[in-house]
Structure formats: C-alpha cells, structure tokens
Unconditional design. Structure first.
Length: 255
C-alpha cells in the first residue's frame, strides 16, 4: 500500500487563508501580492488591480452563477493552470453559497429550499456545496478566500457586545472554515509606532488581526503568525513579511 509521510510543516505557498474585512479596505489588493495568483472572481471589484482572472465560459472575468463556478473549478485541474498559477483567490466566497442555493432550487423547481420539506432542501444545498468545496481545496494550489465583514450583536446573561464576523452564510461557514489554516480580519485602526524622538505615535493604518477573540472572528491554527500586523503599502512586500514568519518558525526562532 502506498504511504505518504508528511513533514508537519506549513508554508505560506500552500496556505488556506480566509480573509474578511469591510469593503474597500484592501483585501483583494493584499491577496494579489501572492506570486502567481489567479482570481476566481464572483463580483466586479478588481478593475484597479493588475492580475490574472479565470474567464467564464462567456469569456468574462466574473463568475455569475453556480454553473460557472463549477466550470472554473474543473478548469483549474488542467495542467496549463497548474504549471502557471500557485495561489487561487476566491473573491468573494460569500456569493458561492447563494449561487449554489439558487441552482438547486432552479433544478428542482422550488421557489425556496424549504419547499422540499423541513431540512431536506437545505441538506441538499449543503451536500452540493460541500462536494464543490472539497473538490476545490484538494487541488494543488494555495487558497485565499475573501469575504466581507458584517457586525452582529452577541448577548449573554450580563453582557451585550458587537462582534465582527465574515458575511459568509452560517451553514457555509461550517464547511469552509474548519479546513482553513488561518482566519484573518483586516480593518482600519490605530497602530503605535516609535518616532525619531523616541516617543510613541498613533497612526491610522490597515491592520490584520490573526488572533480573534470575543469581538473578532479570526485565528491562526498553525501558530506561525503574530496576533496583529500593520499592512505595508506594497502588497508584494507584505507577502514577504508574512513569508518571513513561516521561515522563522520552521527555523525554531521566536515570533
């Protein structure tokens, strides 16, 4: 029986990164810093970026329905793509679950998945979505899944707080998030730096949170990255910074 022995070491090249943030904070721009990246785009927000996009069967850079998403996934199995591209950026992943739901309902002649009876239609959508997602992430690429942030109110016995989470449908999250190596939240915030006079100064910066907590949905399951990082103005240099943390951890250095 053939046996594969893995090293147990992660690398930024084969990362599975789930990145969420508010609109126009720079998520797509940051992901585009990965070398040999290819966008699987489900919405038109990338006109300002210089990058490669997989084209739909209609030769459009936007995948507008479930059938086109499935078609693009099959295209990624071709050797011509594997030889040229190393990282697939699904932007945004939020649209894929509604695409799947609409396709299943249309195929079955339903107005809503609940028309199938309690739970049956939703289970069919989940099964179809899981089949696609597992088919995608087993391909030999790194993956970045981009999502829009939304705020929700979390209430307990003696507290009420706002939490910033991904806008991906909750049922889809149960399929997508478990295989992720990193879930990160990108936002605008205050970052302290030391000036030439030695005094700390606060500046508004784009920041990535890898730790998460009570008010932010995020986490670094592999433990390679710091809790937070300021985002550099050059996305390719930012990629090198992140890559450096993986190299340090493999070499036994502290973060």
């Amino acid at each position: 029986m053939p046996i594969l022995t893995t090293t147990g070491e992660a690398s930024i090249e084969n990362i599975r990164l789930f990145l969420h943030g508010i609109e126009k904070v720079g998520k797509s721009w940051l992901a585009n810093g990965w070398p040999n990246a290819l966008f699987l785009a489900t919405e038109q927000r990338h006109q300002h970026l210089i990058g490669a996009h997989i084209l739909s069967p209609k030769e459009q850079p936007i995948l507008k329905n479930w059938e086109e998403v499935l078609w693009a996934t099959e295209e990624l199995k071709r050797s011509s793509y594997k030889a040229k591209y190393k990282t697939i950026i699904v932007d945004t992943i939020d649209n894929t679950y509604p695409f799947c739901t609409h396709a299943i309902c249309k195929k079955r002649g339903w107005d809503h998945q609940l028309d199938a009876g309690y739970g049956k239609g939703t289970d069919m959508v989940d099964a179809e979505y899981r089949k696609w997602f597992l088919n995608l992430i087993t391909l030999p690429y790194g993956f970045i899944f981009i999502s829009h942030t939304k705020s929700i109110v979390v209430e307990g016995i003696d507290y009420k707080r706002t939490k910033f989470v991904s806008g991906l449908a909750d049922r889809a999250k149960k399929i997508v998030l478990p295989p992720m190596s990193v879930v990160a939240h990108m936002y605008m915030g205050q970052w302290l730096t030391k000036g030439e006079d030695g005094k700390l100064k606060s500046n508004e910066r784009r920041i990535i949170n890898f730790k998460g907590g009570d008010i932010i949905e995020a986490g670094d399951g592999e433990g390679y990255l710091p809790d937070k990082l300021p985002v550099l103005k050059d996305s390719k240099k930012m990629y090198e910074v992140l890559k450096g943390y993986y190299s340090k951890k493999r070499n036994g250095e502290n973060k």
